[in-house]
Design a protein around this ligand. Structure first.
Ligand SMILES: Cc1cc2nc3c(=O)[nH]c(=O)nc-3n(C[C@H](O)[C@H](O)[C@H](O)COP(=O)(O)OP(=O)(O)OC[C@H]3O[C@@H](n4cnc5c(N)ncnc54)[C@H](O)[C@@H]3O)c2cc1C
Length: 399
């Protein structure tokens, strides 16, 4: 009987892992079946969920899977029984079944982390999942039907990291379009670190501060949100901000499925994988994307929860999962280059190069590059077998 590679997740890592596994299988005439299980056969373009029109931020994967012979199973994985090489899945209609694998690739992504802050679960909006981004957008449109007030016209973004900055930069123009010129909308970013974008380092900070200032976005630094309600947030220094729209962007965690796989786990619950992207030495279990923490270069930098890394981790994990079943040596994961492209709304964007984040492009030119990445580069390949499998080669993507 042929062997099975099971991929969990149809995000950036899962899609490329399945294609890369099928590519090597095809090249070696290996007779392996590549199976992918996910709730939907669509790719959610998560890096665009801060933009308006969130409901449209998906790309179909059904035709791509059909063209490349990847078997798609709609459902979500509940349990990984690694001792039996089996996963238990729950299908959309609620029925349960088990799938036996020879190699497993965990690519179930990450999710927003909501600490135990009073009111956060009830009142905190989010742009982490597509349904959450759609709900935020619907809420913003509903504000126009409410009586004008400071709370109606104020948005608080909790978390001044990458996602917080991107959504904050969007909000002034979005609110003006919804509320009309008579309103004076305010957007306030609350960041507990003393600086905006603490993980982005000092390189792009002056550009970010200039952009936020030009857009009219205020920052409260060195304080955190300690409570939320329908019409206010409370900060750690005792200040209360009247708002009907609080957006939580402060923190993500790897999929809880990571806890079911033996192996070392790092910060954010990610599985610390070796160069072959195996999560557990000796077992045919690989991790990619936001579930994995891998060394990227000789300096020892580790992957971030980013699309940039998920796209390549997926290719290497798929290749190595197939190589393990075909008796071929693994390809050690390497991704020397690291760039950042941060959207700054109507102001433009900022691009940096390298792990020290040297600014290389700002403003309108940077925005053009960011839009190219967000609207073209990260989308799935066309549903053509030869093109899609060629694009899944990991070696060509090492730079
Ligand atoms: C607002 C926002 C902006 C961002 N901007 C950027 C950016 O500018 N640049 C950048 O590089 N990155 C950015 N990111 C991060 C990027 O989106 C993630 O790092 C990337 O999506 C990770 O890819 P992934 O394949 O690991 O996970 P995901 O894309 O999250 O995909 C996970 C997949 O697993 C499936 N899944 C989950 N649980 C199960 C289960 N139990 N069973 C089966 N399937 C399951 C999901 O349905 C999904 O198909 C941004 C993220 C957000 C939210």
């Amino acid at each position: 009987m042929g062997k099975t590679i099971l991929v969990i997740g149809a995000g950036f890592a899962g899609m490329w892992a399945a294609l890369a596994a099928e590519r090597l299988n095809d090249r070696e005439s290996g007779g392996i079946e590549v199976v992918l299980v996910a709730p939907e056969s669509t790719l959610v373009i998560r890096p665009r969920l801060y933009e308006a029109g969130a409901a449209n931020m998906t790309a179909p994967l059904g035709p791509l899977f059909a063209a490349t012979g990847i078997r798609f199973i709609q459902g979500h994985v509940e349990t990984i029984r690694h001792v039996d090489n089996t996963v238990d899945i729950v299908r959309r209609d609620g029925t349960r079944s088990a799938i036996v694998y020879d190699s497993l690739i965990l690519a179930a992504g990450s999710q927003a982390h909501r600490p135990d802050i009073p009111g956060l679960r009830e009142y905190g909006f989010n742009v982490d999942r597509i349904d959450e981004a759609v709900a935020l957008e619907a809420h913003c449109h509903s504000l126009a039907q409410r009586p004008a007030s400071v709370a109606r016209d104020t948005v608080v973004v909790a978390g001044g990291g990458f996602t917080g900055i991107e959504i904050a930069a969007e909000m002034p123009a979005r609110l003006r379009a919804i509320l009309g010129t008579a309103a004076s909308p305010r957007t306030i970013v609350v960041e507990q670190a003393p600086e905006i974008g603490p993980d982005l380092g000092p390189g792009p900070r002056p550009v970010i501060l200039q952009a936020l200032s030009d857009l009219g976005v205020a920052c409260r630094l060195g304080v955190s949100v300690t409570a939320m309600s329908a019409d206010r947030v409370v900060l750690s220094d005792g200040e209360t901000i009247e708002t009907q729209t609080a957006i939580w962007t402060a923190g993500v965690r790897a999929s809880p499925l990571t806890a079911q796989i033996p192996g070392e786990r790092g910060r954010l619950g990610r599985l610390c994988v070796g160069p072959d992207l195996r999560a557990s030495p000796g077992a045919n279990i690989f991790a990619a994307g936001d579930t994995a923490s891998a060394v990227t270069d000789d300096a020892g930098h580790r992957t971030l929860m980013s699309c940039q890394h998920a796209l390549q981790l997926g290719r290497f994990a798929g290749h190595n999962a197939a190589a393990a079943l075909l008796g071929l040596p693994p390809l050690p994961y390497r991704q020397q280059r690291y760039v950042t492209g941060l959207d700054l709304g109507p102001w433009g964007a900022v691009h940096t190069d390298g792990w020290d984040r040297r600014v290389v492009l700002t403003g309108a030119e940077s925005k053009v590059r960011k839009e190219y990445v967000n609207r073209i580069l990260i989308y799935p390949p066309p549903p053509d077998r030869a093109t899609a499998l060629a694009a899944a080669e990991p070696v060509s993507a090492q730079a």
